[in-house]
Design a protein around this ligand. Structure first.
Ligand code: GLN
Length: 539
């Protein structure tokens, strides 16, 4: 019998209550007490992974070192814990069914009728215990996506019921996150939705051990007593989660509410050591007391939905704190940038970031933004598609290859400065087939990036099908756009810079996936510093 303890986080009443942040905050507190913790997200939708989902549907797709395309909550887990996650940390219904159906085709069920219980629930249980069985963790926190009562969640809730029954209350714990809404007409917080949600959970055979109540107003003692009585939990297990000004405040708020203490008591684990949050609080202190402010334009086409750029936004928070400045991001829709609007939209900025993306829509605005940054000596960072746009802009406006393009946007271009990678040419499936995960990159001596990383070799995460076309490398370098990061095994160009520009860097990979509170990403830190220096010089 393994000694790993399991914590399940379910949600009720409404979606978007912040289960991921509560799970990450609890994990942070447990980690700060010396426990080895990881978090896992189970998503009840039928897509095998979120890689094929439109950002409008699902926000950012987060990529792990091992190349899994995952839910953006995994980004929060890594940023809070500074521990890497993997494919095992995110499982969807699609993946569960795919695996069960493959086993059935191989005859592994020995002629049995394959059913939701036990076959699907067994597969879920196996996936939950996979991380526990590695022996690397004392505690696994599993977040169940969706809301109890959803048809899609039923097999997961049933798997949790079984695990709690099999492992016992000391080894498996359920935290239920609900909403306590405020009715302004009545001037009151209402507990009824929470009561109903706890009841729905009970109908599935699960008693919540701890209630975390999302609220806009303080929960009074009376209200906590009432919730405890009606929902079958101890009063100290009614935890208030009041709206926070930053997600990074939530661990301290949960500490004050005693979420970690009740958790440890219920799991029969020692809680004598106080959590060590020194480093975390130093970051918070810097984040909340900036000494200056910089304005960076984020040029993308999903700017209405900031979840699409989640990791980039968080990376700027980490890098801002490190530089002790507030990074004010101006979200600029690339489709709204044209010759007429560009001056007005970009002239007040201290730096420009051109975001990742797919497809033709909005790319001319991105190319124009790169040109603006290049010609006006504005610090520039291009990520993935943003780096590709920088190459296209340079080819068009400096090399005068007017039709230079990516074959993604124009397969017939005579100057494919960005083209499909050789091993992508025959791929027809969309899911999980891009160049994904962590790849090695050698940095050129004397380049900006070699100073930034203070290293000659780095590993960064990728998610793309197209690449810098090496046929144009000589011409581009002779004209001043230099390749400063190369994959040592394939020769793929991963980084470009313009040495004659104060700070111009385009990267084919996604540095934003690796920035954490404990380790702000050096490239973002350096970019924010360059932007700050530029702003100061301008004054
Ligand atoms: N669409 C580009 C490619 O596939 C860039 C992808 C990205 O920005 N993540 O190569």
């Amino acid at each position: 019998m393994s000694t790993t303890k399991y914590i399940f986080v379910t949600g009720g009443v409404s979606s978007s209550l912040g289960k991921g942040i509560i799970a990450a905050s609890l994990a942070k507190l447990l980690q700060a007490r010396g426990y080895r913790v990881t978090i896992q997200k189970l998503d009840p939708y039928i897509n095998v992974d979120p890689g094929t989902l439109n950002p409008y549907e699902h926000g950012e797709c987060y990529v792990t070192d091992d190349g899994a395309e995952t839910d953006l909550d995994l980004g929060h887990y890594e940023r809070f814990l500074n521990v890497t996650t993997s494919q095992a940390n995110n499982v969807t219904t699609g993946r569960i069914y795919q695996s069960v159906i493959e086993k059935e085709r191989r005859g592994e069920f020995l002629g049995k009728t394959v059913q939701v219980i036990p076959h699907i629930t067994n597969e879920i249980k196996e996936r939950v215990q996979l991380l526990g069985n590695t022996g690397d963790y004392d505690i696994i926190i599993t977040e169940i996506g969706g809301t109890v009562g959803d048809i899609e969640s039923l097999p997961y809730i049933e798997a949790v019921r079984q695990m709690k029954w099999e492992m016992g209350d000391d080894n498996a714990l359920v935290i239920h996150l609900t909403l306590v809404p405020y009715l302004s007409a009545a001037g009151e917080l209402k507990t009824k939705p929470t009561q109903h949600s706890v009841k729905t959970l009970m109908e599935s055979g699960i008693r919540a051990d701890i209630l975390v109540c999302r609220t806009e107003h303080e929960l009074s003692d009376d209200l906590r007593r009432k919730l405890a009585l009606f929902c079958n939990v101890k009063q100290e297990a009614v935890i208030q989660s009041i709206d926070a000004s930053t997600i990074y405040d939530v661990p301290n708020m949960m500490l004050e509410e005693g979420l970690d203490t009740v958790t440890l008591q219920k799991l029969n684990l020692k809680n004598s050591k106080k959590p060590d949050l020194k480093k975390w609080n130093k970051f918070l202190q810097r984040h909340k007391n900036p000494k200056g402010e910089v304005h960076i334009g984020l040029i993308g086409k999903y700017v209405e939905l900031q979840d699409s750029y989640k990791s980039i936004l968080e990376s700027f928070i980490h890098a801002g704190a490190e530089n002790e400045v507030k990074v004010k991001l101006e979200f600029i829709h690339s489709e709204h940038i044209n010759a007429k609007t560009i001056g007005k939209k970009l002239s007040k900025l201290d730096g420009i970031l051109v975001a990742p993306g797919f497809g033709e829509r909005g790319i001319e605005g991105k190319v124009a933004a790169v040109q603006y940054a290049r010609e006006n000596n504005l610090p520039f960072l291009g990520i993935c598609l943003g780096m590709q746009m920088a190459v296209i802009e340079f080819a068009r406006n400096v090399l005068k290859l007017k039709d230079a393009n990516s074959t993604e946007m124009n397969p017939a271009t005579k100057n494919p400065v960005i083209s499909i990678m050789e091993d992508q040419k025959n791929i027809t499936d969309k899911g999980g087939t891009m160049r994904l995960g962590s790849w090695k990159c050698d940095l050129k001596e004397g380049s900006i990036v070699s100073k930034v990383y203070k290293s000659r070799t780095i590993n960064e995460r990728h998610r793309h099908r197209y690449e810098f076309n090496n046929k144009y490398r000589e011409q581009l370098e002779a004209a001043g756009l230099v390749a400063t990061g190369i994959n040592p095994d394939t020769g793929l160009v991963e980084i470009v810079e313009i040495p004659s520009h104060p700070w111009f860097v385009g990267v084919q990979y996604h540095p934003e996936y690796k920035s954490t509170v404990a380790n702000p990403h050096p490239l973002f830190v350096a970019f924010v510093k360059a932007v700050h220096d530029h702003a100061e010089n301008r004054k």
